[in-house]
Design a protein around this ligand. Structure first.
Ligand SMILES: NC(=O)c1ccc[n+]([C@@H]2O[C@H](COP(=O)([O-])OP(=O)(O)OC[C@H]3O[C@@H](n4cnc5c(N)ncnc54)[C@H](OP(=O)(O)O)[C@@H]3O)[C@@H](O)[C@H]2O)c1
Length: 276
């Protein structure tokens, strides 16, 4: 990836995940800066060897650090995006690529605060980025240059896969992969509970479930087969697995997946409307 100066504005769970991936890829530390609210968070970032400032102790931290950045990654909460954009709008270089990771915040909203900046990119990463296995949905503003979109894609490719989508798809993508780790962890929680209810210790339940999860994920990743085929491979007619899947189907699990996705998309629209 071309060596650009990158500034993370708001570096919590998601910003740190991308930052750690970037560092693991060997990106030069002196090209990275970051801001947080608290001094404690900034201190941890400085310990990684990058420059970091906190707005609690340096109220103009965001303005100071974005000024010479070529890539700016906005990692504050969605409700803070407008306030932070208004704060930095004068300092952001006209050619800089401004990347938002904020759920539900539309490119048009970002553009209202940065009317003279064309290289705006909206993304939806996920936390497996922390281990280099993330997936990021990405869409550039119509005004963004090809190079800008490429630079943003390259950044997120250091921590996993990138899928370019249209902006109309990003709320659904946000529910599917952005919130994806939460779906999986919730399933793991339920799965371990039923194992414990069967008399396994918590440690045994964790080994049984987590090893099965990781093993199945690796099997899926290394196979050319559809998940349905891999499932059928372990489902003997008239056997126990068949009964297990039939029970999930009778409970209409697929409808539950559909309605939880719709609820998340609805919430993303509400966030967008409240930030117009
Ligand atoms: N978490 C996810 O799985 C996920 C997935 C996709 C997208 N996102 C998006 O990523 C963004 C961040 O989410 P998150 O979960 O990473 O939140 P988070 O952990 O709360 O991180 C927010 C960061 O912003 C900092 N901050 C707060 N006010 C600030 C200010 N005025 N100036 C500079 N920094 C400020 C916080 O500082 P302190 O550390 O001092 O509190 C913290 O480092 C959100 O817009 C979210 O929609 C998150």
């Amino acid at each position: 990836m071309e060596k650009l100066r990158i500034c993370f504005v708001g570096t919590g769970s998601m910003g740190s995940a991308i930052l750690h991936g970037l560092l693991a890829s060997g990106y030069e530390k002196k090209l990275i800066s970051a801001t947080t609210k608290s001094e404690a968070s900034s201190f941890k970032l400085r310990e990684l060897g990058i420059s970091a400032l906190a707005t609690d102790t340096s109220p103009d931290a965001n303005q100071l650090l974005v000024a010479d950045a070529q890539l700016i990654v906005l990692g504050v909460k969605p409700y803070q995006i407008n306030q932070v954009l208004n704060q930095i709008s004068e300092e952001v270089n006209r050619e800089a690529v401004v990347i938002s990771m904020a759920a539900g915040i539309e490119l048009a909203t970002i553009s209202q605060s940065l009317p003279n900046h064309k290289n705006l990119v909206r993304t939806m990463p996920n936390t497996p980025a922390l281990v280099g296995k993330g997936v990021t949905g990405l869409v550039g503003a119509a005004s963004a240059s090809k190079d800008a979109i490429e630079a943003a894609s390259n950044l997120f490719r250091t921590v996993g896969e990138v899928v370019e989508v249209s902006e109309s798809q990003i709320n659904a993508l946000s529910a599917i992969s952005g919130s994806g780790p939460a779906w999986i962890m919730y399933i793991v929680e339920q799965w371990e509970k039923v194992a414990i209810n069967q008399g396994f210790t918590a440690e045994q339940a964790a080994t049984l479930v987590r090893s099965t999860l990781v093993g199945s994920a690796e099997l899926l990743a290394s196979s050319d087969e559809d998940p349905a085929v891999l499932r059928k491979n372990v489902t003997s007619p008239g056997g126990t697995t068949e009964k297990l899947i039939a029970t999930l189907e009778e409970a209409e699990l697929s409808k539950l997946f559909e309605s939880s996705l719709e609820a998340a998309v609805k919430r993303a629209r509400e966030i967008a409307a409240s930030n117009d």
